[in-house]
Design a protein around this ligand. Structure first.
Ligand code: SAH
Length: 457
């Protein structure tokens, strides 16, 4: 079969890269047959070795770069991939922003058939390293000691990592300290194969504006050895810690967080500010990982909502009420809905904390609660959605199309599902006016977008 393909496995060939895949690999074409090569950049020429040939595409490995892109930056060989998840580390920030803008435009055209939508240049950030306020790392064991870091691509082998350069130093320190303390005090790492051992993941989250740190220890069993001493040591070694939480995940699963959560020490929440709004954040609640850019993102959502104070707004997928409370300051009334119970408890608390009395929150699936509200006569002038990567539920989109809010603001962390959902909304009578990509995740291929839609007359 491979005879009909223009390349064979183990061939050495010279190619020119034309494009990047959504996960940052270079794409070269030989007689129309695409070959993906990690590290290749558009416009570059290279000698590659073909390491895999499938029917529709091949995979190659870079042997020698022959012509380099203006956007390439040098990273020492030993530094490459050291921190995990930084797929664009070899591209200058200017190049990363271009890549993300192109990616959004291509996906909107290909999946959403939205040829004429204005896509603005990406809103980027100044400090493109050490921005993440949260990490959750898997824990393993090597030579009798605990290790933690990230999984080697396509494997379950953990690469022991002392720091990640995209995380805030406080987050790195917290992870390292908890790992060392647990190691010293005899905690065994969870073993996926045998389903034995205890410590599965360590999570740390840091309120950048308040300096408050939360540590979450995720174990297989309800109890783990030397629990009290571990807590004492964490408090002693991490002076910024305000909350130590234990989560139990006893299932054989690669889902990180389990069903049982208990505060071991300190407060149930930590606080942080976005702009002037103060937020309580508990262990299981979603909170944007890039606090500097979160403000940029929410300001854009607020601008697109274009509120004058008389509107009823629905914020679907509201988390701890972040966007809701930003909007409530400019609207008559905001209703937020969110599936995680703890997040809604935080949202309610956050409304009180900021003395915002025109926001109301409900626990449940957006696709269940919003139709129910609609039946009860609650409709929105402006509707905001900010779903997880899989996008909005079809039932929710149908309700929106029936409810006919004059404006929709769609906040998305996945351009693919954004494009799919925009197409459904367009077919239901909406027009997408503009899309603003915001870079929440420098050095990675991820990109956040805010889209503004209006109901066609
Ligand atoms: N707007 C918030 C949260 C966005 S993340 C912020 O910016 O902080 C997406 C949120 O949707 C998460 O909090 C997740 O728990 C929630 N979620 C996931 N599926 C849902 C569903 N079907 N209905 C309502 N909320 C859901």
């Amino acid at each position: 079969m491979s005879k009909t393909l223009p390349v064979q496995k183990n061939d050495y060939i010279d190619v020119e890269f034309e494009d990047l895949t959504h996960d940052g690999a270079g794409v070269a074409k030989v007689d129309g047959y695409p070959i993906f090569v990690q590290g290749g950049l558009p416009g570059e020429k290279a000698n590659i070795k073909v390491i895999k040939v499938n029917k529709g595409y091949g995979v190659g490995r870079m042997v020698q770069l022959l012509e380099r892109s203006y956007f390439r930056i040098d990273i020492a060989q030993e530094e490459k991939h050291k921190f995990g998840g930084c797929q664009l580390e070899h591209i200058s920030y200017e190049g990363q922003m271009k890549f993300k803008e192109n990616q959004v435009r291509q996906v909107l055209t290909r999946i959403g058939k939205l040829e004429n939508v204005t896509v603005h240049p990406v809103l980027g950030m100044e400090h493109t390293w050490q921005y993440r306020n949260k990490a959750q790392v898997p824990v393993g064991e090597k030579d009798g000691k605990l290790i933690s870091g990230f999984f080697k691509p396509r494997s379950h082998e953990i690469v022991d990592t002392k720091e990640s350069l995209i995380q805030l130093p406080e987050v790195n320190q917290a992870i390292q300290a908890v790992k060392e303390i647990c190691s010293e005090l005899g905690v065994k790492a969870y073993n996926e194969e045998t389903h034995k051992g205890d410590l599965r993941h360590i999570m740390a989250r840091y309120g950048k504006q308040t300096g408050e740190l939360m540590v979450v220890i995720i174990t297989r069993t309800n109890d783990f050895p030397n629990r009290n001493s571990i807590v004492e040591e964490i408090v002693a070694r991490l002076p910024k810690v305000k909350s130590i939480v234990h989560n139990v995940n006893s299932k054989r699963t690669n889902v990180i967080i389990g069903d049982k959560t208990k505060v071991l020490w300190g407060s149930e929440v930590i606080y942080d500010y976005i702009g002037d709004v103060k937020f309580a954040i508990s262990a299981l609640s979603f909170y944007q990982v890039n606090p500097d850019q979160t403000k940029v993102l929410y300001d854009k959502a607020l601008e697109y909502a274009g509120l004058n104070g008389n509107e009823t707004v629905i914020d679907a997928y509201c988390g701890i009420g972040t966007i809701s409370l930003f909007l409530a300051q400019k609207a008559k009334k905001v209703y937020g809905v969110e599936i995680v119970k703890e997040a809604i408890e935080d949202a309610t608390r956050n409304a009180e904390l900021n003395e915002i009395s025109n926001a109301e929150f409900a626990v449940g699936k957006a696709e269940d609660i919003i139709p129910k509200w609609y039946d009860e006569g609650i409709t929105a002038d402006v509707l905001v959605v900010d779903p997880p990567r899989k996008g909005c539920d079809e039932a929710l989109l149908q309700t929106i199309v029936e409810m006919k809010p004059a404006k929709i603001v769609y906040v998305s962390c996945n351009p693919g599902t954004l494009a799919r959902d925009l197409r459904i909304l367009e077919d239901g009578g909406y027009e997408t006016l503009e899309v603003q990509p915001v870079d929440m995740f420098p050095q990675t291929t991820h990109v956040e977008c805010v889209a503004k839609l209006v109901l066609k007359k």
